[in-house]
Every structure is written in structure tokens, then in C-alpha cells.
Design a protein around this ligand. Structure first.
Ligand code: SAH
Length: 464
């Protein structure tokens, strides 16, 4: 190990920064975040840096560096592009045995800055010893995605009860087991879901030796339109901790793969007009499984609250007092539009966008056609394939031009995505010609013509 990682308490301590430009500013921000009092010395100092230093009670000295600037400082940063000066600062600091960092010159440093993941009070530092800083930054980026932003709050909660727990369990083994339980159980679940008060309540109950409720929980999670890259961090985390997964037809196999390996998987897929498992039965299943104490993942295509019947499912859970979390997902409209190069709104073409169900209950009468033909509006039809001839006909009959551009996007965002564009007049014909099948999204409006300009983007996406 070339460098020993230590975490430096700088609160209220004086730190010297030599340099007044962009790099000095970057380092100064970190130092101020850590509570340091800065002394910044340089012949010229950028306004932003000046404001930062003065705003945090530090000292700005506009002139060249002199050795006496080191007086009283516990850490020295040289951030100039003047190599001899950087070397001088390094030498002076080492002579006084004060830690020194010279930006981008590992050989002149006695301490180096790591790449930082800040979930204060939890802080993770990654370093390559100055050999490959880009690699360290990439690792940091991976950690950023992996560690929920609420982790710091979890650590904060633990800090508040630390001494109480220490008194309760003088034995270190017992204490460790207690905290392991906290960080991997319902307390952590609640805190990471942003429900701090409930997490605290559970922790207090645990400290008081009250038996934890045996009840499980349901995660209603939007899995996005197909590309696994479009999952949210929270979705992925819950997918990896659930005991049982209820999923339907719209959830891509590649996404299901990301669930915990040993989780039980239950298919409750629904085909249009052929409800494999009736909705009431799914609701009941969620309730039953949660009552058995399981963490149940209800995985849905797109967003659970957009034509996903998510509302009905949580109504049932709420009625039974079962805790649940809802995790939004990227809905088909956003995903398909982005991957097909069709912006849903555009200053010149559409000032609003409307998500419409194309599932027509009684022929054609149940959609507000007069509203749907309003100008400068993009329409996105979900489940619109079967009713498409009626939809196009009614839009034209109610006044939308037969030439209005329209697009069909089949299996959007997946490797099998197919896009066909035409007009209201010929869209149904395209379905037959190209054997378009579900799931397909229909976009109607002038914005569709932008695809010609933005299409390259689609190829770029699929390369990723
Ligand atoms: N909750 C989902 C929508 C469920 S309704 C969401 O927010 O996306 C099912 C309809 O969504 C399908 O009939 C189809 O019109 C559309 N859809 C879902 N995923 C799709 C995809 N990958 N490509 C095209 N259409 C999709």
C-alpha cells in the first residue's frame, strides 16, 4: 500500500491554498465542505473563489506566495500551473512536516485527494495512488449508483442511538449482531425509502425489545419500457432484496434477470382480453404474500401509475394495512419517444402532450374526441393497436387533418424496437403491411416529423 487512507478532521483548522484559478476553486469547495478555514494566496484570484473563501470566514491574500503563508496551517494545497512554484511550496511544507498536496503532481505530494462518494456521515474515498485517477473516478461513479443517496441518513440514525445501544449491549458481539440486523432489516428499508420517522420508530421498538411485526411489505416498482439501463437505482435495489416477484408480460426478460437469483417468480401476465390472472386475484396474492412476512416485488412495465392499475393494487394493500412503496418508472411514452427520436413537446409544434388509453370499451364513444383534436397537442396512445382504425377515423372525423404525422413504435427501447411513420390516413395500413404487434405505442402529432432530423440518435442509442 503506497498511501494510507485517513480521514482528516479539518473543522476550524487553517488550510493554505496557493493558486487563484479553477483548480484552486475545485479543491477549495471540498475543503470548505469539510469545515476548513481557508487562506488563499495568489496574484490573481477568481471572483467565485474569492466569494467562497470570504463567505466561509477565510482569508484572501492577493499577492505572490511567501513561505510565511504556511504559518499556522495544518494542510497545504498547491494549485497553480507554475511548476517551480508548486515544487517550492511542496519543499517548504515538507521541511515543516506539514502535509502537502500538489495538484496533478503525485511526486510532490505527501497526501493526495481521493475520488469521494459523500453520503455524510458516510464517506467513501477511492484512490489509485495518483497512478490512474480516471479509473478511481470511474469506480466512484459505480459506487454512486450502487449506494442510495439516503444512506447518509441511515448512518445518521445509527449515530443518534449509538450510545444507547452501547449501554444496552456491553458485549461487542451482541452489539454487532444488533446493528447488522438494523442495517439489513426493516429499519434500513424504511429509512432508505425516505420514511425516516417510521425507521426511527422501528429502531426504538427494537431497542426496547419489542418483537418486530412479522408482516411483509410490497414494492410496487416501475420497470421501465424494456431497456434494463432505464431502471432507477431504487428499483434495482428493491429487485435485489425481494423474496418473491410478481411480474407481467411487459417486463422484459433482461430486467427479470436482475432480480435476486433465489427470489420466487410468479407470472401474472395479462394479455388484452385474456386476463391470465384477474386483477382481483393479483391484489389478493399481494396481500397474502405480504401477510406471510414476505418482501413482495410487484414489477410492472413502464410506470405503475400510468395505465398500470397500480392505484387499484395499493388501494387493496392500504385497506389491509400492509406497508408498501411505489417506485416510479420511465413510462413507454418517454422511453419510446426518446429512443425513436420524437420529442413529445416542441416549442414550434406541440405545447402539450396527452397520454390516452386506446383500449376502447364500447366502440368509439368513450374518448373525448373533441379534446383530442385540439391543435399543437401530441397524443400518445397506449394499448392502441386493436382500436387503431377507429382512433384514426374518429380523429379525422372530429377535425384533425388526415395528413397529421403519426408513428408506431413496437417494443420500444429494446433491441427489437421497430418504428414506422406515416399519417393518420395510412397508419392502420402500416400495421397490416409490417405485421406490427403488441406492445406498440402510437404517437400522433406534428412532432413525429422531427424524427427525420433526429433519427441518427436512434442508432446511437442502440450502440450503447
Ligand atoms: N404502465 C405502462 C403502460 C401499460 S399499458 C407504462 O407506463 O409504460 C400497456 C401499453 O403500453 C402497451 O399496449 C403499449 O401501448 C405500451 N407499451 C409498454 N411498453 C412498451 C414498449 N416497450 N414499446 C411500445 N409500447 C409499449
Amino acid at each position: 500500500m503506497d498511501f494510507l487512507p485517513l480521514f482528516h478532521n479539518l473543522r476550524g483548522s487553517r488550510v493554505l491554498v496557493v493558486g487563484g484559478g479553477e483548480i484552486a476553486l475545485r479543491k477549495s469547495r471540498l475543503l470548505v465542505d469539510a469545515g476548513a478555514l481557508l487562506r488563499v494566496v495568489a496574484p490573481e484570484i477568481e471572483v467565485q473563489l474569492r466569494e467562497l473563501v470570504q463567505g466561509s470566514g477565510g482569508q484572501v491574500i492577493v499577492r505572490g506566495y511567501t513561505e510565511s503563508d504556511l504559518n499556522g496551517c495544518v494542510l497545504i494545497i498547491a494549485a497553480t500551473d507554475d511548476e517551480p512554484l508548486n515544487a517550492q511550496v511542496s519543499q517548504d511544507s515538507k521541511k515543516r512536516c506539514v502535509p502537502v498536496n500538489v495538484v496533478d503532481s503525485p511526486a510532490l505530494c505527501s497526501v493526495i485527494f481521493p475520488a469521494i462518494v459523500d453520503r455524510s456521515p458516510l464517506v467513501i474515498a477511492v484512490s489509485s495512488g495518483g497512478d490512474a485517477p480516471v479509473l478511481a473516478r470511474l469506480i466512484r461513479a459505480k459506487l454512486e449508483t450502487w449506494i442510495p443517496s439516503t444512506y447518509g441518513q441511515l448512518a445518521g440514525l445509527a449515530a443518534r442511538f449509538r450510545s444507547q445501544v452501547k449501554n444496552l449491549f456491553p458485549d461487542v458481539q451482541q452489539r454487532r449482531a444488533f446493528w447488522e440486523d438494523v442495517f439489513q432489516g426493516p429499519v434500513a428499508d424504511r429509512q432508505l425509502a425516505g420514511q425516516g420517522a417510521e425507521a426511527e420508530r422501528l429502531l426504538i421498538a427494537k431497542i426496547n425489545g419489542e418483537a418486530p411485526s412479522a408482516g411483509g411489505e410490497v414494492y410496487l416498482v416501475g420497470a421501465g419500457p424494456g431497456d434494463p439501463d432505464l431502471l432507477t437505482f431504487r428499483a434495482l435495489r428493491l429487485m435485489q432484496q425481494a423474496d418473491v416477484v410478481l411480474y407481467d408480460r411487459l417486463v422484459a426478460p433482461a430486467i427479470l434477470e436482475l432480480c435476486r437469483r433465489d427470489a420466487e417468480r410468479v407470472y401474472v401476465g395479462k394479455q388484452r382480453a385474456d386476463h391470465a390472472v384477474p386483477q382481483e386475484q393479483i391484489n389478493q396474492q399481494l396481500v397474502d404474500l405480504a401477510k406471510q412476512g414476505k418482501r413482495v416485488l410487484r414489477l410492472k412495465g413502464g410506470d405503475p401509475f400510468i395505465f398500470g392499475r397500480g392505484g387499484e393494487e395499493i388501494e387493496e394493500l392500504a385497506a389491509h394495512g400492509i406497508p408498501f412503496q411505489v417506485v416510479p418508472g420511465i413510462t413507454a411514452a418517454s422511453g419510446c419517444a426518446a429512443y425513436a427520436g420524437i420529442p413529445l413537446t416542441h416549442r414550434d409544434y406541440a405545447q402539450s402532450v396527452r397520454f390516452v388509453t386506446g383500449h376502447l370499451k364500447d366502440g368509439s364513444t368513450d374518448l373525448p374526441w373533441n379534446d383530442l383534436v385540439a391543435p399543437a397537442q401530441t397524443l400518445v396512445f397506449y394499448m392502441g393497436l386493436i382500436g387503431l382504425p377507429i382512433i384514426c377515423e374518429q380523429l379525422i372525423r372530429h377535425g384533425r387533418s388526415a395528413d397529421t404525422p403519426a408513428a408506431l413504435i413496437q417494443q420500444g427501447t429494446t433491441a427489437n424496437q421497430r418504428v414506422f411513420t406515416g399519417t393518420l390516413a395510412n397508419l392502420s395500413q402500416l400495421v397490416a403491411e409490417h405485421e406490427v404487434h403488441a406492445p406498440t405505442l402510437v404517437i400522433v402529432g406534428e412532432v413525429v416529423q422531427l424524427r427525420e432530423k433526429l433519427k441518427w440518435f436512434e442508432g446511437a442509442q442502440s450502440l450503447v
